[in-house]
Design a binder for this molecule. Structure first.
Ligand code: PLP
Length: 394
């Protein structure tokens, strides 16, 4: 299913591949081979075996009884938090490392903000014995020491980035610069549904295992292979894209994305790109971008490090524009409260990113008969310090 994706990578007016000349051959080789590789039966077998035996898939679909009682509807949680390394990011990292190997690449680079994608990439590189360099802003290195130490223990070189605000977008720029210098032996593992075509579609396909499993699991749980609502948080958009994918053309299913409002969409401290962004180009993709009137990128803010990207995957920009999906902006406080609530009611400590998806429960009323699936994209271990410093009341 290609939800309106054109051959040159456009979802409606969003997407494409705006790249420097020197990367053209690389991106073009990827574009010409990714579908053939992904559809190859041997690739599929290797990918699913690793997802099963190494990641621990299928991730459970859990009926959240007490949460359902509180909100008077039927809430199911898709438990990506139970994956190896603690989030959905490993699904994509495994897909891309297998693809890189088939394309004859010997060196991997990646960017990371909070460090979750860095750890997932470091993990698959160690597993496959591939050389790996992760670019990370100095500000993020200081904030995310545990993930930096994990990457180092896994044998990765973490290269500090000191340009700009020393955060995620600067790390992306450095990774792109590296790729320009080493186009022949290097594959760039992008961590979300962002970047030039074919990355948004490729990452979506690797993450689509989430909705493929949902079809089967919902049929077992509810006797119907589709829900009334799918809810997921949106940073670059990969866990949401994977959650929505097999239902994109099924209008019976309503799609809700939760983006990070930070302190509020009317403040300067926000990461709500769909609410606040304007059309522009970021990291090779024409999409919505948080920018000033003269096109300078605005540093986004969210309490959750995984959601503060100043762009948004082109699929989501299109889903928002066409109205196929609804995007709600959830504040720091709402997310903190939702995290505490899930912990008290279901004894699951979610990642702060995922807590934004849970935060929509207080905003939107569902019918008692509705089946609402919320993807818990990751676990909250990495956010304990933030939880400790910000006590929320349920
Ligand atoms: C990185 C991350 C996100 C945001 O990324 P998407 O590509 O939008 O899914 C969400 N949740 C967790 C746990 C993450 O680590």
């Amino acid at each position: 299913m290609d939800y309106n994706l054109t051959d040159d990578g456009y979802y409606g007016e969003f997407g494409g591949a705006y790249i420097p000349e020197i990367l053209y051959a690389n991106v073009e080789a990827l574009r010409q081979s990714y579908l053939k590789i992904i559809d190859d039966p041997a690739f599929k077998a290797e990918f699913s075996a690793l997802l099963r035996d190494y990641v621990g898939r299928p991730s459970p679909l859990y009926f959240a009884k007490r949460l359902s009682e509180r909100y008077a509807t039927r809430i199911y949680l898709k438990r990506e938090d139970l994956n190896h390394t603690g989030s959905h990011k490993i699904n994509n990292a495994i897909g891309q490392i297998l693809l890189a190997r088939r394309m004859g690449k010997t060196r991997i680079i990646a960017e990371t903000g909070a460090g979750q994608h860095g750890v997932a990439t470091a993990t698959v590189c160690a597993l496959m014995n591939m050389r790996c360099i992760v670019y990370m802003g100095e500000t993020d290195i200081a904030r995310q020491q545990l993930n930096v130490q994990k990457m180092k223990m896994l044998g990765v070189e973490v290269r500090p980035v000191s340009s700009g605000n020393k955060t995620l977008k600067d790390a992306c720029n450095e990774a792109i610069r590296d790729w320009c210098c080493n186009p022949s032996d290097t594959h760039y593992i992008i961590g979300s549904t962002v970047g030039p075509h074919p990355y948004p579609d490729m990452v979506t396909r690797f993450q689509s295992v989430i909705s493929a499993e949902l079809k089967q699991q919902l049929a077992e749980h509810t006797g119907r292979d589709y829900p009334d609502y799918l809810v997921a948080c949106v940073g670059g958009g990969s866990n949401a894209a994977g959650t929505f994918y097999h239902y994109l053309n099924d209008e019976r299913v309503k799609l809700i994305g939760a983006e990070a409002a930070g302190l509020g969409i009317d403040t300067d401290q926000t990461a709500a790109t769909i609410h606040r962004g304007k059309r522009g180009i970021i990291h090779g993709s024409h999409t919505l971008v948080m920018q000033t009137d003269d096109g300078q990128i605005i540093e986004p803010y969210s309490i959750s490090a995984g959601l503060d990207y100043p762009g948004i995957g082109p699929l989501h920009a299109n889903l928002a524009e066409t109205g196929r999906a609804t995007y709600m902006a959830v504040t720091d406080d709402e997310a903190l409260r939702a995290a505490t609530e899930l912990t008290r009611l279901e004894a699951i400590i979610p990642a702060l990113e995922s807590a934004h998806a849970l935060g929509i429960l207080r905003r939107k009323a569902f019918d008692p008969s509705d089946v609402v699936v919320i993807t818990v994209s990751g676990r909250g271990d990495k956010d304990m310090e933030t939880f400790i410093n910000n006590t929320a009341t349920v």
